[in-house]
Each structure stands twice: as C-alpha cells, then as structure tokens.
Design a protein around this ligand. Structure first.
Ligand SMILES: *Cc1c(COP(=O)(O)O)cnc(C)c1O
Length: 381
C-alpha cells in the first residue's frame, strides 16, 4: 500500500535535538525557538512570529488577542478542520459559516458581506490546500466593517498571494507543523503577528499571560500576571526538530511541487473526458503542493473510487465532514445561507498520496492506478 502520508526527515533532526540537550534548555523560548521564529519573520515579513505547540494553539491565541467575547460572531467556511471553529467557540463566540467557492474550495468572498451583523467581529479565511483565499477582497471588507482577519494558514507555509506570504496578510496568521503538513515537528505551529501594536500582547498571551519574555530581555525587572493567557509554547526538543525542517523548506516544497505537477499533467485527460475535475490555482496564488485532490462527478463515484484505489494499493482518503453537519457544529454554530458547494464538493473529493520522498515507481503507480480506476468506476455509476 502506498501510504497517504509519510513524514519526511531531513537527517539533521536528531543532531539539533542533541544540541538542545547539550544546551540544557528544554523548556520553551530557547535558542531553537528563537531561530525558528527569526526564520519565519524573515520569510513572511511580519513584525513578530511566535512558535506554538500547534496551529490549534495559534488560532486560540488569535481569538484571545482579538478579545472575542460571548455572542460575538466570526465568519468562516464550514469546509475546514475543527480547530478553526473551536478556537472561537472556546471564547463563547459563534462561528458563522458561509459557502465555499467551487473552484478553490476556499471561502466565497462574495458571500461574506451578507453574513455580517452587528455582532460580527472577525473573518477567518482558511487557505485550503495551501492555495490562497481572495485576500484583497477579504481585507477590503474587513477594513470597511472594522473586523479582524485571522488567517488559518495551517496548510499554507511557503505559499503566497500576490507575492505575500500566507498568514502575513491579515492581522494574525496561524501555521501548522503537524506531521501531516509540509514542514513538520510532530505537533507544532506558529502565530504570525502583522502589526507592532500586538507584538507584546501576543508574547504575553503565549507565556501564560505573563510578561516573562520582556523580563528575559531585561525590559522589566520582574515578571507578573498581566492578562488572560495560557501555555502555548513547545519545548526546545520540538523546535530543534523544526529547525532542521526549516533549513530544508525550499527543497521540500520543490519536491512536493514536482509530484503535484506530475499528477496534474497526468490527469488532464481524465478531466477532458469528464471523469473528474482537477484543482484550480488562481493566477495570483503560488501554492506549496500541500495536497493533490480530484473532484469526482458524484458521491457514489467518489466512494467507489476510494475503495477501488485502496484495493489496488493506493492510500487515498477524503475529508472534511463539513462542520455545520457535525454534532459540535449543530450545537455551537450558525449558517449564513445555504452551503450548497460545501455539501456537494465535500462528498466528491478524493485526496491522493503526496509526500516528499515518494519514489518514481510510487508516483507512476498512483497515476496509472488512478487513471484505470476512474475510467472503470465513473463509467459505471
Ligand atoms: C492541520 C490544520 C489545523 C490544525 O493544525 P494543528 O497543528 O494540528 O493544530 C487547523 N486548520 C487547518 C485548516 C488545518 O489543516
């Protein structure tokens, strides 16, 4: 079976972990944490980057920094990972779902304005598959309505929109370094802070609501409880691992893009013959090959394709059960209008194995098996 995902190791991870061990600093906010933060800040052009234990944690930090209150509304897609919504619900605020665009499966920016009410405080665009949402339009709406923009860029490390790093465009951006993402540390994430006005506050929220970071820089003579925060830091063993990955981020991204492009060319015939639809990348977006998916013509064709692919040794999978149709979603969220594309497309998606380190034979096998299965299955259902 060709695995859906296999974490790539650069070979330097254990060396850097040994260094962290030798430094005798294993808690968070040490040398490797600072290296990783500097790398992100330089790459993305934000004022401040903060390494967290997860993207989930980074989203929770953003919800705290935006001072979301019970009853506040936050606009987001339903077609996303549960953490996008949970961060908001933890503050007592209400996720309000709008439909996605059929081309990118990203939030449909044209539907955002009609979802805005007096309670609306923020918009959370999710950059699905590392392909950017229509950020110029979203930032314009946010400015006119005085809303926060928190980018869920979990899948978007190394991707850009009009040359700008994803996660650096809104007020806050959240990255994931979970082992299923492109650049990894097992569990891990980062919060990007665009404006200097929130940099100190972000550090305080990160360090359990204290000014410990300022204390270590000698800016205050003791550290004390300042505001509501939590422990969002990873330990140095994790950031030592992450540093090895950041050093190779360009190579990993290029390697993934090669596989993505191979798939994309190979499946163009299938699309021409109406057997599936391939991903669409808008011109202003440079993506990071986080994911390769195909959209099948129907839910029946999708289910049949998935099981046939697995029978033939290709570890294909699907996601997401849209949040609005999950038990948690029904309890904690609202919908704005019908979520037609969310419902339809989430039932038609097949995600193919894509990871740096796949051999030539594996890539060929995924391609030929997928071609055969689709020709067989779609003509029958
Ligand atoms: C992976 C992912 C997350 C959560 O990331 P963690 O680092 O596992 O907390 C959040 N949002 C989206 C869109 C994701 O893909």
């Amino acid at each position: 079976m060709i695995r859906f995902n296999k974490p790539y190791m650069t070979g330097k991870e254990l060396l850097y972990i040994a260094q962290a061990h030798n430094n005798s600093v294993l808690a968070g906010n040490g040398e490797f944490t600072k290296k990783c933060e500097q790398w992100l800040t330089t790459r993305t052009g934000v004022v401040k980057s903060i390494i967290t234990h997860s993207c989930t944690g980074a989203l929770e930090m953003a919800a705290l920094l935006a001072d979301l209150q019970p009853g506040d509304e936050v606009i987001m897609p339903s077609y996303t990972f549960v953490s996008t919504a949970n961060a908001v619900v933890l503050r007592g605020a209400i996720p309000v779902f709008v439909d996605i665009r059929p081309d990118t499966l990203n939030i449909d920016e044209k539907l955002i304005e009609q979802a805005i009410t007096k309670q609306t405080k923020a918009i959370v665009p999710v950059h699905y598959a590392g392909v950017s949402c229509e950020m110029d339009t979203i930032m314009d709406i946010a400015t006119r309505h005085n809303l926060w923009v928190i980018e869920d860029a979990a899948q978007g490390v190394m991707s850009t929109y009009k040359g700008k790093a994803l996660g650096s465009i809104g007020h806050f951006g959240a990255y994931s370094f979970h082992e299923t993402k492109n650049i990894i540390s097992g569990e891990g994430g980062a919060l990007l802070v665009r404006d200097a006005a929130y940099a100190n506050q972000a550090e305080i929220v990160w360090e359990k609501g204290t000014d410990r970071s300022q204390f270590f820089r000698g800016e205050v003579d003791k550290y004390t409880w300042q505001t509501v925060g939590s422990s969002f830091l990873p330990g140095e063993v994790t950031t030592a691992f992450l540093w090895a990955q950041m050093e190779e981020a360009e190579t990993i991204t290029k390697g993934r893009l090669n596989i993505w492009n191979r798939y994309h060319m190979a499946f163009s015939d299938l699309e021409d013959n109406g057997l599936c639809r391939r991903p669409i990348i808008p011109n202003e977006c440079q993506h990071n090959a986080h994911m390769y998916y195909l959209l099948l013509p129907s839910a029946e064709a999708r289910d049949a394709t998935l099981s046939k692919l697995k029978q033939n040794g290709v570890g294909a999978i699907f996601h997401y059960i849209p949040l609005h149709s999950s038990p948690g979603g029904m309890r904690y969220t609202k919908m704005s209008g019908q979520l037609i594309h969310t419902d339809n497309l989430s039932r038609c998606i097949v995600r193919l194995p894509l990871w740096y380190g796949m051999t030539e034979e594996m890539i060929e096998q995924v391609i030929s098996t997928t071609q055969n299965v689709l020709k067989d299955v779609v003509s029958k259902v």
